[in-house]
Design a binder for this molecule. Structure first.
Ligand code: GLN
Length: 474
């Protein structure tokens, strides 16, 4: 199979009739089958993907195709697609089929993207290694002894292994950017409120955002311009107009101002080669005439605790709906209403999800609400104000995506705190709502890729894409 690295390469072959969409989809399906060992896909939607491919082929003949014609895309298994199964990689949603499509799915289909299947992820998007999935581990295609990252591990692995052109993930605390970094692809967490969450299975609603995982910046921009924007089904979505991101990308920005948080780059756990790459990038930017300056952000130690207090609180509330009555798994051992709730939830949820529900219930409970949840909200405000303050003086903040490269299976799974610390550099963007992208511009001497992350001002995706393109070429 020919390897396509961008939608424009695919479209050039499609429009020259060198290949049909049907043949393209067939090729991806065969590749998914060949690479079954990666366990990136939970299900391939062969029938609907082939139907859509034939429809797009007809449209191409009559030159009426949408702008994503030929974009073969996979969905993280927490995004609803009407008439298709969705499980959040949890036993508790076994057999559940979506009754409606997520807004993002509707919008992609309307522009003739082809949805090829659903990708394995951490259970309810809780994890950083894909090891919490009820469907087993996803292997990192670049080194199968290592994790692909999480929670959108299957979605990132699928793009890296060329099992699809792009995928959609969700990012609550890094779940798009961290696996993108581990698998050597591009991952964007949009500004909170840029993309509708309607039809995304909720984990922590004030943090969750859907975003693209792609092989290049331009495809991420294209997907974003199609799926972003106002939606009557999600009141948290902004009605700000959506620019045509892909058309506005310039890789030659004017002089820009970039900040870096010294304590972040100097932090203990950061791999020295990643640190060196961030500093080298800073030097290159300076040499090109941009302003790059260190700034203070004395709250690094509060990022991960604030994230885990608030997200577990929201998760405990969001996940209350899985009760063995409304949908999904119901325990066979239940004898009455109460045991239906208790046994269905005890048997249906995995260990990590239960840990978070308990933690979240605890921080919200009467005696501890003020000490944990209220305090967490106050700290969130502080972190947000300080981040916005930096971004009022600079265009971007540059930082690593992850402390290290992809780790081995089991390396952190015995110690939840060690796993949570994997999120140290990614959660700031979710706590504060700003957009952040991970770009595959590093390669470690161990052979594995790593990402560099850029955070921007709220709703500055257009500038973020241009700067990203520039950084990729720098
Ligand atoms: N690793 C983080 C967590 O476990 C982030 C997850 C996410 O972004 N969905 O919560």
């Amino acid at each position: 199979m020919k390897t396509y690295n961008s939608l424009s390469e695919v479209q050039s072959d499609l429009f020259d009739h060198k290949i049909s969409c049907a043949a393209l989809v067939q090729q991806y399906i065969s590749r998914i089958d060949e690479k079954k060992n990666l366990n990136a896909f939970t299900e391939v939607f062969e029938k609907s993907a082939m139907e859509k491919a034939r429809e797009v082929d007809e449209k191409i003949k009559s030159k009426t195709q949408g702008k994503l014609a030929g974009m073969v895309i996979a969905l993280k298994d927490n995004l609803c697609y009407k008439g298709h199964k969705v499980s959040a990689s949890s036993k508790i949603l076994e057999g559940f089929e979506s009754l409606y499509s997520a807004t993002v799915v509707e919008r992609l289909l309307a522009e003739d993207a082809i949805i090829i299947g659903r990708c394995n992820c951490d259970e309810f998007a809780m994890g950083s290694s894909n090891e919490t999935s009820a469907f087993g581990n996803v292997l990192n295609p670049l080194d199968i002894t290592r994790v692909p990252g999480g929670s959108s591990g299957g979605a990132a692995a699928a793009v890296a292994a060329d099992l699809c052109m792009a995928s959609l993930g969700t990012d609550t605390g890094g779940s798009i950017r961290q696996p993108a970094s581990f698998c050597g692809v591009v991952g964007l967490k949009p500004t909170y409120g840029r993309v509708s969450r309607y039809g995304a299975i909720a984990y922590a609603s004030s943090f969750d955002q859907i975003g693209p995982i792609t092989k290049n910046v331009r495809d991420a921009a294209l997907i974003m311009e199609v799926m972003a924007g106002k939606d009557e089904y999600d009141s948290t979505v902004s009605s700000k107009p959506v620019p045509e991101y892909s058309k506005n990308i310039t890789s030659k920005p004017a002089k820009i101002r970039i900040a870096y948080i010294k304590d972040v780059i100097e932090s203990n756990g950061l791999n020295p080669e990643i640190k060196a790459k961030v500093y080298a990038t800073i030097e290159k930017l300076k040499a090109a005439g941009h302003t790059v300056e260190p700034v203070d952000f004395p709250y690094i130690d509060y990022l991960v605790p604030t994230y885990y207090v608030l997200t577990t609180a929201e998760a405990s509330s969001n996940l209350a709906r899985y009760d063995g009555v409304h949908y999904g798994y119901r325990s066979k051992n239940a004898t009455d209403l109460e045991s239906t709730y208790k046994k269905s939830r005890s048997e249906g949820f995995g260990t990590e999800v239960k840990r978070r529900i308990m933690l979240g219930t605890f921080v919200l409970s009467a005696g501890y609400y003020d000490a944990y949840y209220s305090k967490g909200q106050k700290v969130r405000r502080l972190l947000k104000d300080k981040t916005n303050d930096i971004l009022s003086k600079y265009d971007f903040i540059i930082l690593p995506t992850t402390p290290g490269t992809a780790f081995k299976f089991g390396e952190h799974s015995a110690d939840p705190i060690a796993m949570y610390l994997e999120d140290i550099f990614t959660v700031q963007a979710n706590i504060t709502g700003v957009p952040a992208i991970s770009l595959p511009i590093g390669k470690h001497s161990n052979g594995l890729p790593f990402g560099i992350q850029v955070m921007g001002k709220p709703f500055s995706e257009a500038d973020l894409f241009s700067f990203s393109e520039y950084l990729m070429e720098l």
